[in-house]
Design a protein around this ligand. Sequence first.
Ligand SMILES: [Zn+2]
Ligand SMILES: [Zn+2]
Length: 727
Amino acid sequence: MTIDVLVEVNVGSQNQIFTYAVNHQLRDKIKKGIRVTVPFGSRKLEGFVININDNNIDVDYELKEIINVVDENPVLNTELLELGQYMSELYLSPLIHCYQTMLPVALKAKKKTKINIKIEKYISLNKDKEEINEYISNNKSMLQNNILLQIIQLERVRKKDVDNQNVLRTLLNKGLLKEEEEEVYRLQSNDISNKDYHKLTDDQAKVVNSFFSGSKGVYLLHGVTGSGKTEVYMNIIDRVLHEGKNAIVLVPEIALTAQLVTRFQNHFGNEVAILHSRLSDGEKYDEWRKIEREEVSIVIGARSAVFAPLSNIGVIIIDEEHETTYKQENSPRYHALDIAIYRAKKHDAKVMLGSATPSLESYARAKKGYYGLLELKNRINGKDLPEVFVVDMQSSIQKGYRLLSLELINKIKERLERKEQVMILLNRRGYSNFLTCPNCGYTYKCPHCDITMTYHKTSDTLRCHYCGYADKRRIECPECHAKGLKDFGIGTERIEEEIKSLFTGVRIIRMDLDTTTKKGAHNKIIKDFENHKYDILLGTQMIAKGLDFDRVTLVGVINADMSLNIPDFRSSERTFQLLSQVAGRSGRKDTEGEVLLQTFDNDHYVIEKVKNHDYIGFYNKEMQVRRKLFYPPYCFIAMIRILSKDYEYGFDISKKIGAYLRKQLPNNIVLGPTMANVFKVNNIYRFVCLIKYRDKEEIYQSLNEINKHYDNNHKLKLEVDINPMRM
Ligand SMILES: [Zn+2]
Ligand SMILES: [Zn+2]
């Protein structure tokens, strides 16, 4: 018997599969999808068994034998093994990356990732109750008797919950009690589920019925903010569970969607497993095992939860389907939506995509009839969507209001008086964007990246948001030594300071990357704001998604048009989505809400469509732009990134790649090389070539050729990104 083992060694884009012999003692233990330890040069590596050959293959060298078997049962089942192959071809990624990305750390093929199973010790009676009672009646030790009585009553207690461990030891030694070990999960779920919830509105019921009765594989639920998409999801899952099937629910980022997760846990109790990046390795391992052992029927999680080894899947739901977090930026550069559709087909399941602001691609597919289109046009509270006001900051600054306009200040004041809550969005953290010398124009840039440094007042440092480099703030210009460097641009820290100075005693909490590094910090901020410990929640895009606060009646956005200037063909779409999402946080319960956008570019169509809550209008306008410039959804994009520490060399190779692609692909549009938007990160220069294509068969061969050609080139790194989410 020989086996093919896939190992992770850094040899570029090719699949690293090696054949090994198996000695007699280990033969019975070999299964496809388990991990084995193999000799590799002078090293030992773990790898996945991906093929078993019963006959010895003929080679003119002696096959090495595997060293050991790591798993009793496969960590990759047949479905995941096949899925990896599919991903590897679709995204031109090494197969090993595909498998590693599917698995929690504890199950990846890596050395030294042993994660232990958590064991809990329990104490129970080791003799009949009568015998114990007799012992108690003849025993003078109150301490002993108390413990015995406690255990008679409860039958079983955790060892660590027993007050007096010394006395406990005596009782164990006497053989009156016994100790048992049991495997426990680190994350404890709710054992009580509360199946009754609000009755669906007619609109919601219609959506659920169409979803089940329709013939499409994928449905797009376009529902305005506050229209009750979560109830629809829960109802669909109830029905799927009732049919004996299972469900996967994907959310953009679990820390930011804590409220939705809580609702699912309250409703479905211990049927739910949770998978996301903020769990510890041990917690992830435990959740994975709950799923494998079929102890749960619903998996909720971020992107990678799409790989949950659930059997018999009935539905895969992707909430906020337009979010870019569903795309992985590292190899394999997969999109969870592709994987969901692939898995759903295998399971004969359906996919539901939900959003108030669907991606242009998804909405176009729905309009063309590839996806079914379902709509929720009204808010569940029966109220209108919040009224949106636009303030021109050009004239506000002339009136002397540079950061917060007089209009916004007055509206905040009203809310504070009425004991209502306010959310303020500014999608930039820190205090100010950059420091410049008014004398010579010198601007502080990160020495390792092509990016200006952001000033953080709390720590009095300049920081690079790309590589994390930090430097003390200077008073003097390093070029001309003039004093009085000026700061420009505003961040959340600055607005926090401004609000505190305008409204004395105001209770404001800031939520951005800087205030949420600790585990659980997000949840605490959200809970505290929910419980009205604060009047104002100020934050970056983190506060825009999925949150539901009853008392919020005003949402203010500072620099609402800022992201329109990002050089990316999706910048209008992203801005529309962000502004619509955050506007949707206002007036979700009994009181109608208002939204105020501070902009410099009030006439931009994105601002106008947000003001009118006009997704369809935005879609039509933006589709015209995309058609004219020939961008998705009118084509697909493949991006080739060339990374090198050597500028000249990187640029030279990029030009060669561009020329090669133009020659090979005369029917497609090849752009570049150009410099990436952020041209240098961590001292590595980045060049980009783009292919706009309609038929992937045509371009994949050329991309594979390039990949192969530069595999062993140590002076540069090549990244192929199919349908990149960032330009
Ligand atoms: Zn200067
Ligand atoms: Zn940097």
